[in-house]
Design a protein around this ligand. Structure first.
Ligand SMILES: *Cc1c(COP(=O)(O)O)cnc(C)c1O
Length: 407
């Protein structure tokens, strides 16, 4: 016991020395642009609750109704003790929303990635992922045993080079393992820590040219891009050419869970082979009901209104930060580099009543620490102003043009 505790102490000290130690900050209020920590109010620019649905009365009511009708626990895996109606309603709503034949819901997006990739790819296969792909995909790829190849971020030439390699018969004329390996490409549509976009159209063309299969993680795009919020792939006009569409119910949808949308065969196969689905208790019905409510909300006129406010707030922030992005997401990274600098800046912002955590290794590369600002539809114009003055106060906007003090 003593040795164990000493070892842990050493490991924790090493993290502290590298400015990589993390701790939880208890919030005593619902997720919203204004949260309470230790009795003090904070302006929150750190949540992925892009449409402000996490504490929406409609979703709350849907969750409460589900608890009244179906109770709290789900009893077991959906294959064992029966699959509760709220999960089916959610999957039907998702398939309809994504315009796919079917959808399958997992307890989290992380579980969806793990279950799906491991079900589809094995040690004889090749999985090609963008350099900035989310940890859930990396973990899944490793667990699957597939050969992993990483292409430089959004670099189509590099991707094509790897595709050529992966699909060329070896000189010996025989593939090491199978007649020919299955080749999977995995990318995010909007990248979680940089907020930039994948060239999805071109990636779809490449995967078709080389006969590869494509999985797109729309965690930061579903609900906010595309017609009725269907995602970035829909807005690029390529959604129906992507084999595996993944997303989370915990971000713009304001609830909890993850999903895969695709063909009926894909979903039937995952029900039979995705271990994170099979060997895990089904999510609580309250989460499914809240997510179903969110899917309907996102498609509705109210969803359009929320997206309108979101993009208005994003444009205001962009203008204040002198960012001339033609295509913006709701994620605005302020790169600081050193981990220490990021922590100090986040601490200084907290002193000014603003909550933006320092994003550090292993979430991003070492030396690429940053503040990751996320804007939501429920921020006000005043909130954006307050954020801007705090950043200016800390000298983080040094290269900006002077603004009139009443701006
Ligand atoms: C958040 C996130 C996930 C995981 O989804 P959860 O529902 O939070 O488990 C997967 N991929 C990306 C890109 C994410 O940002």
């Amino acid at each position: 016991m003593i040795e164990f505790e000493e070892e842990l102490n050493q490991r924790l000290s090493a993290l502290r020395e590298q400015n990589l130690f993390r701790e939880l900050r208890r919030i005593d209020s619902p997720q919203s642009p204004h949260v309470e920590i230790g009795g003090k109010p904070f302006l929150n620019f750190s949540s992925n609750d892009y449409l402000g649905l996490a504490n929406d009365p409609l979703l709350r009511e849907a969750a409460i109704e589900a608890v009244k009708q179906f109770g709290v626990g789900s009893g077991s895996s959906r294959l064992i003790c029966g699959s509760l109606a709220p999960h089916h309603q959610l999957e039907e709503a998702l398939a309809d929303f994504k315009k796919t034949e079917a959808a399958l819901v997992f307890s989290t997006g992380y579980a969806a990635a793990l279950g799906t990739i491991c079900a589809l790819a094995g040690k004889d296969d090749i999985l090609i992922a963008d350099k900035l792909i989310h940890a859930s995909i990396i973990d899944a790829a490793r667990l699957s045993g597939a050969k992993i190849r990483i292409f430089a971020h959004n670099d189509l030439d590099d991707l094509e080079k790897i595709l050529k390699w992966a699909t060329t018969k070896p000189v010996s004329g025989v593939w090491l393992a199978k007649e020919s390996p299955r080749v999977f490409i995995v990318t995010e549509s909007v990248f979680s820590m940089d907020g930039d976009f994948a060239p999805l159209r071109e990636i779809v063309e490449l995967k078709e040219k080389y006969g590869a299969w494509l999985m797109v993680d729309e965690a930061h795009a579903t609900g906010i891009f595309g017609k009725e919020g269907r995602g970035f792939a829909e807005s690029c006009g390529v959604a129906d050419r992507i084999e595996i569409q993944m997303g989370t119910l915990g971000k713009a949808f304001g609830a909890s869970g993850g999903y895969i949308a695709g063909s009926r065969r894909l979903i039937d196969y995952l029900i039979n082979r995705a271990r994170s689905f099979i060997f895990s208790t089904a999510p609580v019905s309250a989460a499914a009901a809240a997510a179903t409510c969110a899917v309907h909300f996102v498609k509705s006129k109210s969803g359009d209104d929320r997206r309108h406010s979101l993009w208005q707030r994003v444009a205001e922030l962009q203008a204040r930060l002198n960012l001339q992005n033609t295509k913006a997401s709701a994620i605005v990274p302020l790169l600081l580099g050193e981990e220490k600098k990021a922590i100090e800046t986040a601490t200084a912002l907290r002193a000014l009543g603003i909550l933006i955590p320092a994003i550090r290794y292993p979430t991003v590369a070492r030396g690429a620490a940053r503040l990751r600002i996320t804007v939501t539809a429920t921020h006000s114009e005043g909130d954006i102003k307050q954020l801007h003055s705090a950043l200016a106060n800390l000298g983080l906007l040094s290269d900006e043009k002077p603004r009139p003090s009443n701006a």
